[in-house]
Design a protein around this ligand. Sequence first.
Ligand code: HEM
Length: 414
Amino acid sequence: MRAFERDRLGFLLHQRQYGDLVRFDDELYMVNSPVLAEAVLKHTNSTYAITRDLLGEEADGGSASEDLVRWMRARKLAGHGLNRTGVRAAEERLAATVVRHAESWRALGTIDAIPALEELSAHLIAEFCLGPEVGNVPALVARLQDALLPGTVSLPARWPSLRKRRLHRVGRELASEVSRLIEGRRTRQEGCSGVVADLLNAACDEGAITPRGAASIVVAILFAAHETTAAALAWLFLLLDQQPDVHSRVRDEVDGELTGRLPTASDVPRLVVTEAVVKETLRLYPPLWMLERTVEQPTELAGHPLHPGQRVAVSPFVLHRDPRHYDQPTAFRPDRWIERSTATPLPKYAFMPFGGGPRNCLGAHFAMVAMVVATATLAGRYRLSRTAGTVPVFSTRTILQPRGLAFDVATRSP
Ligand code: HEM
């Protein structure tokens, strides 16, 4: 544990030398191969359960199976809004939101990357789900995230509920603001976004879901979306800053394909280099660097018996740096995604930034489109260069983030 706490990622890379399934202790196993990762993630909700919910809280049993049925139904409903057709409906809006934020960054001159990109991501997803009018939602998402972090002062053991109480209070405020905005879509449906809210209103009218259920789906989506997307974009611009030749290729592609206009979701298939940069960033720095499952039913993995209560961890970070599947696994080489021939496909689950199985990322398609559009917009119209003297630190406290990263922001002519 001491070695793990000192250098979590280094420890994980080191342990894989012991095999594809490594026992840490009687409770925890680590999976180090795509085949075993698939075996675990595909059987989530039956043999295995998600160990923590989206807010990082331990699952508390009790009504868990009822909650699961409700969540899977809600997931399916909201998923219709987050699929290709839904995302295409909002295509014009994404880049306009990026420009609005980038203009305020430019006015400031320098930004602290993580908070600035989290605010941008919260707006992108909130506008997509709820429409152009997002009220207080992005600010409340930031407050909820704040409430989740352990306090700087450690509280006496008899006050364990203080943090939870604050969490629930902010969570309730956010849910009620989201409810107000979903309801508001009934009378104001102008604009090209708000896809998820419109779907949820229709489902409420059919009795498939309650208004409270509708709000909690949107809260879950907002929460799952904003920190992950922001971390990925921060890594991406850090990598581009470190590799000016790749940065130039992205700019050339954007200038050539878009000739000065803003990108839309329909442009993504033509932005081949930009998309490869996004994928390579997610390979090297998957924001969710460790996924955990708890064994629910007796089973076996790689011939090894597992019992209820034991836990299995799958690390996208480790799988993405496996030399069995990637040449020069630690190098940032976006071309590997352009050159990879169909004759040697990557094993399923060797690339899994969005997880897999029935609890995979609900917003994977939206996230890819939003990241390609944001990258093309920012690289095409602005110069983001790392502020001299700032040295980002790897944070694995929650998700994998470059904390303390700052960018100078200026405009650029395409
Ligand atoms: C770079 C951006 C993102 C990454 C890397 C990412 C990654 C992931 C991963 C790995 C999981 C599965 C966690 C597990 O198996 O334990 C997940 C779950 C989830 N993601 Fe994402 N995500 C991203 C962005 C988004 C966006 C933009 C949305 C919504 C629009 C979203 C919505 C969700 C939801 C709702 C879940 C929970 C699914 C469930 O438990 O059934 N994510 N995400």
